[in-house]
Design a protein around this ligand. Structure first.
Ligand SMILES: Cc1ncc(C[n+]2csc(CCOP(=O)(O)OP(=O)(O)O)c2C)c(N)n1
Ligand code: SF4
Ligand SMILES: [Mg+2]
Length: 351
């Protein structure tokens, strides 16, 4: 971690959002990642998304595991709550935090090693249980922090920097998230800010487990010919199914679209997702269709990106557990301890 703070020289002349903050107010410390690392572009997209959504920084909690990707929360949202957990354990920490205080917006940032290897069990259970968080995997196909070993998302036959071919089948995190019940699923590329920023905005406004796999080239260990996670390879094989625009309840709808090419999805909080179709008949509300599309296109060597699936009527963990609306960490003794008479009555009813 770095402890260099950024100067505020130009901060006061930057544009402000509806709650009076500049983009600088959503940034963090100076990044120590390698120059050109895709992860830094994702941090910039998170800053932009939070600024555009007018999120109050103190109402957001960012969580991560271990890896170059998991270091990034130090580089954005410097005024938000943060928890850098153990390798692969971000989802359980996020689940606990979310149960204790349902009123914050949760953002989990992880790597392909952190989530598809050591943390795959944790990832799976957070998705299937419906934890209300935005879960971003910064996917470079390697363990960047430990010097470039293949991760579980590396494609079979892809080549390491030293020329070794990967013999193992890859795990597709998007396919897994769809299968496990995530209610907002997207894939993007760190080099495509126009696609990534609205995808993150939609996820942050989504109620339920929102998963985004972001291909994020590791310029130091996985950006050579023969890699399927390099800038060149992803640019050449990127196949977007749609383009997204997020309209908040207070905004006028000004987007101009060809008739028939627009799909509107209203989220739980009233925000509207405007999806411009790029593919033929892609339906982002059809989970099985999304899974089929993903596999069909992967067989053709294409990397499908965009908002791949969204469930308009999604329920989250709190709904599953039927918890009270008041955050549990704000309940007083009277609510938490109903007294011995109530306990006696409960015990009697079970005899
Ligand atoms: C319990 C444990 N096992 C192994 C490690 C070593 N380790 C640190 S980061 C990492 C992998 C990081 O890969 P990824 O999540 O893909 O992040 P990247 O650096 O590529 O962004 C590993 C294996 C560790 N820190 N803790
Ligand atoms: S080693 Fe790779 S993942 Fe880590 S900071 Fe450098 S370029 Fe990024
Ligand atoms: Mg990685």
């Amino acid at each position: 971690m770095t402890y260099i703070t950024k100067p505020r020289l130009l901060a006061d002349v930057q544009p402000r959002n509806a709650i009076g903050f500049t983009r600088r107010d959503y940034e963090g410390r100076v990044s120590t990642l390698c120059a050109g690392c895709g992860h830094d572009s994702i941090s910039a997209a998170i800053v932009q998304a939070a600024w555009e959504l007018d999120l109050e920084p103190h109402r957001l909690a960012k969580l991560s595991g271990i890896g170059c990707s998991s270091k990034t929360p130090d580089y954005f949202l410097g005024a938000s709550h943060g928890f850098n957990s153990v390798h692969g354990r971000m989802p359980s920490v996020a689940t606990g935090a979310n149960l204790a205080n349902r009123d914050l917006t949760y953002l989990g940032v992880s790597g392909d090693g952190d989530s598809a290897s050591i943390g795959i069990g944790q990832f799976a259970h957070a998705m299937r249980r419906g934890v209300n968080l935005t879960y971003i995997v910064e996917n470079n196909g390697v363990y960047g922090l430990t010097k470039g070993q293949f991760s579980a998302t590396a494609d079979k036959g892809s080549k390491s920097k030293k020329g070794v071919l990967n013999p193992d089948s890859p795990i597709d995190m998007v396919a897994l998230a769809l299968q496990l019940g995530a209610s907002y699923v997207g894939r993007s590329f760190s080099g495509d800010k126009d696609q990534l920023v609205p995808l993150i905005k939609g996820a942050l406004r989504h109620k339920g487990p929102a998963f985004i796999d972001v291909l994020s080239p590791c310029v130091t260990f996985n950006n050579h010919a023969g890699s399927t996670k390099s800038y060149d390879y992803v640019r050449e094989h990127n196949e977007a199914v749609n383009r997204l625009e997020v309209i908040l309840p207070r905004d006028a709808i000004e987007a101009s679209y060809e008739p028939g090419s627009l799909r509107r999805v209203v989220q739980h909080d009233g925000s509207m997702l405007l999806l411009r179709k790029l593919g033929d008949d892609y339906d982002p509300t059809d989970r099985i269709g999304a899974m089929n599309h993903l596999h069909e296109r992967a067989a053709l060597g294409e990397i499908v990106t965009g908002l791949l699936y969204v469930d308009e009527g999604a329920e989250d963990l709190h709904r599953h557990l039927n918890t009270v609306e008041t955050p549990l960490n704000q309940l007083g003794e009277a609510e938490l301890c109903p007294g011995s008479q109530a306990l006696d009555a409960l015990n009697a009813s079970l005899r």
